[in-house]
Design a protein around this ligand. Structure first.
Ligand SMILES: [Mg+2]
Length: 193
């Protein structure tokens, strides 16, 4: 009987959402804002500049987020390579809880996406932004790309991992464990917890 629970973020943790988001931003701005992976240095897309210094407004972000949430876009997101394999290994020790702050419009295609990519047995939760650590009870382990959310998990005693992206780089001390890829994350989660 598996009694420990792991909280897994979806976007940019299980799924390569950023790639699609940047291409939606490019199309939405008719090529004016051409963000590269390394330009996404904060969690908020409207605070990121492309190499010419161009950026989207917060109002544009809101519209872009709606476009992203449509079924035809959600369903084209690529899962990270071999993510199902890693989750299968983790599922030997933890009950998997996939927890996302995606918009309401994205719920149905998100369920479909998880089914069509053969994710192992899991629970799926849609919660408010920044509330994962309080919305669903106690998790032994969490995996996030959003640094503030990861730090909130760490502050209440959850072993809090961050999948490394430019957006969560920092020089400050932190109780979180930031690892470069899923091979390292999986090994750490299975061995150390
Ligand atoms: Mg995320």
């Amino acid at each position: 009987m598996i009694s420990y629970r792991i909280c897994l973020d979806l976007d940019n943790v299980l799924a390569d959402t950023d790639k699609l988001m940047r291409s939606i931003i490019y199309e939405f701005t008719e090529g004016d804002v051409d963000l590269r992976y390394q330009d996404i240095t904060t969690f908020n897309y409207w605070e990121c500049n492309d190499k010419k210094g161009n950026f989207i407004s917060k109002e544009q972000w809101s519209e872009i987020h709606d476009v992203f949430s449509r079924s035809e876009n959600i369903l084209t997101v690529e899962p990270y390579p071999e993510i199902q394999e890693y989750l299968n290994q983790i599922a030997g020790k933890f009950a998997l809880h996939i927890v996302t702050t995606r918009l309401r419009a994205a719920r149905k295609p998100t369920v479909e996406w998880l089914e069509c990519h053969n994710f192992p047995e899991h629970s799926l939760h849609f919660v408010e932004h920044g509330k994962k650590h309080i919305a669903l009870g106690e998790f032994k382990v969490s995996v996030e790309d959003h640094r503030e959310q990861a730090e909130q998990f760490a502050a209440i005693g959850t072993t809090s991992y961050i999948l490394a992206h430019p957006l969560n780089e920092t020089t400050s001390n932190s109780a979180t464990i930031r690892l470069q890829d899923w091979r390292m994350l999986c090994e750490h989660i299975v061995r150390q917890n």
